[in-house]
Design a protein around this ligand. Structure first.
Ligand SMILES: [Zn+2]
Length: 439
């Protein structure tokens, strides 16, 4: 293959990313308001069938929640398949806050602008460009590849990855490893030396409802069993609680790697202080040193002079791998038996940073950015990897982008003026091409 062809694929990745952003796929979490996922899935399906793919076009348990899955046979069918997945939905954006319209897909000043530019129509664009390139040129990867373009990630994947894994697992048959968001982006550690962070772990998610019952009554009386008072005490306790510092394997490996590159130390007695010196990325890394439990919603009462019998609060809990039982015990002690707890839970994700697939990622990155290195890290949030883990698949966040040193990348996720450098998209397409051909 000539360099010209891969440059053409990289150019196409930019165009596809921009066109995908123009399809408003806002996911508010309310299924009735979802409009664009179907149009985006049709767009992707057409781009794939146009070059000869047979696609599975699957409506996943709700109206207009469409997903597209396609396979590219590899040279060695006895090897496990590589799954490359990306979600087509985005979080809402208010045009009044943006310098360009969030659904313009504008390509200007060296960036592609718009909601989804980094989360994650960039990766979808790069993947789609390479899938088309391989089919057009008859390029056979070493093993089967499965390309999946999914609905509803931003609301937990109930109408996307989770639904497909529960109802259509055969679409992913044979897949042993997967890549997707949020990883593969560079951070500049010194001068011109970059580290590319490959996501190998995610905290678990628990969206918890706290419920306290009391005795209803008149607001003018002496009243000792007030649900609002008891709930408020519980919420304040939990919101102010600090869970213990735990350095997971992936975090330790990340910090050790940074020390090797920069000489910076991360002493146990000042871990959080030293992590804060990492700059923009410290917000993400810092959030993976402890479990967190942030109260987010309160519900109680219906009139100022009526004491309600029930009060409820929502708490967003994020739990480190291996910490679930300890977390529960801590909540037992903190809240006591009178506070009822209910929750929706998605498990943590964790794999090791080793093996042929990691070697292939690292080699692909350093071939395009000599002198750089890859490091594992833990994502403080969650992705569709949580669904694919249920199939026994090893999950990595690897959507490679070489970023300018001064770009606050993590702030772009769900942020105003979300954008991705054109050069980063082209770089990422070249890295993914090397990776897909050697993984
Ligand atoms: Zn995302």
């Amino acid at each position: 293959m000539t360099d010209n062809l891969i440059e053409a694929a990289a150019d196409e990745a930019v165009t596809l990313t921009s066109e995908l952003i123009r399809i408003d796929t806002t996911n508010t979490g309310d299924p009735d308001t979802v409009v664009g996922e179907r149009a985006a899935a049709e767009y992707v399906a057409e781009k794939l069938t146009e070059v000869g793919y047979e696609v599975s076009y699957v409506e996943s348990g709700g109206t207009n929640r469409h997903n597209v899955v396609a396979r590219l046979p590899g040279a060695d069918p006895s090897r496990g398949a590589l799954l490359v997945h990306g979600h087509l939905d985005v979080v809402p954006a208010d045009p009044a806050e943006w310098s360009v319209h969030p659904f313009s897909g504008a390509v200007q000043d060296g960036y592609v602008w718009g909601r989804g530019a980094v989360d994650m129509k960039d990766m979808v664009g790069m993947t789609l460009a390479l899938a088309r390139h391989y089919k057009r040129e008859g390029i056979v990867p070493p093993r089967d590849m499965i390309f999946a373009f999914l609905a509803d990630e931003e609301a937990g994947g109930k109408y996307g990855a989770q639904w497909l894994v529960s109802n259509r697992p055969e679409l992913f048959e044979g897949a042993t490893e997967a890549i997707s968001e949020v990883g593969g982006f560079s951070i500049t550690l010194k001068d011109d030396v970059r580290a590319y962070l490959v996501e190998t772990a995610q905290r678990g998610i628990r969206w918890m409802t706290l419920r306290v019952r009391g005795t209803a009554g008149h607001g003018s009386m002496i009243h000792r069993d007030n649900a609002v008072t008891k709930l408020s005490e519980a919420v304040a306790k939990l919101g102010n609680h600090r869970f213990p510092l735990v350095v997971s394997d992936s975090v330790r490996e990340f910090l050790d790697g940074v020390t090797e590159i920069t000489g910076w130390e991360f002493p146990d007695d000042d871990l959080e202080g030293s992590v804060a010196k990492l700059g923009n990325i410290s917000r993400m890394i810092g959030a993976t040193l402890r479990d967190t439990a942030n109260p987010t919603m309160l519900t109680a009462g219906y009139k100022a002079n009526v004491i309600p019998s029930v009060a409820e609060a929502s708490v967003d809990c994020r739990i480190l791998p291996g910490r679930l039982e300890a977390f529960d015990r801590e909540l037992d002690d903190l809240l006591g038996p009178d506070v009822e707890r209910e929750w929706m839970e998605l498990p943590p994700v964790e794999t090791t940073f080793d093996g042929a697939i990691v070697d292939a990622m690292s080699a692909a990155v350093t071939a395009e950015d000599p002198g750089s290195r890859t490091l594992p890290y833990m994502l403080s949030a969650g992705t569709d990897a949580k669904a694919f883990q249920r199939l026994g698949i090893r999950n990595f966040g690897f959507a490679p982008l070489q970023l300018p040193a001064d770009l606050d990348f993590s702030a772009l996720f769900h942020g105003v003026d979300e954008r991705v450098p054109v050069d980063a998209l082209k770089f990422g397409t070249r890295v993914l091409d090397r990776f897909f051909r050697s993984a």
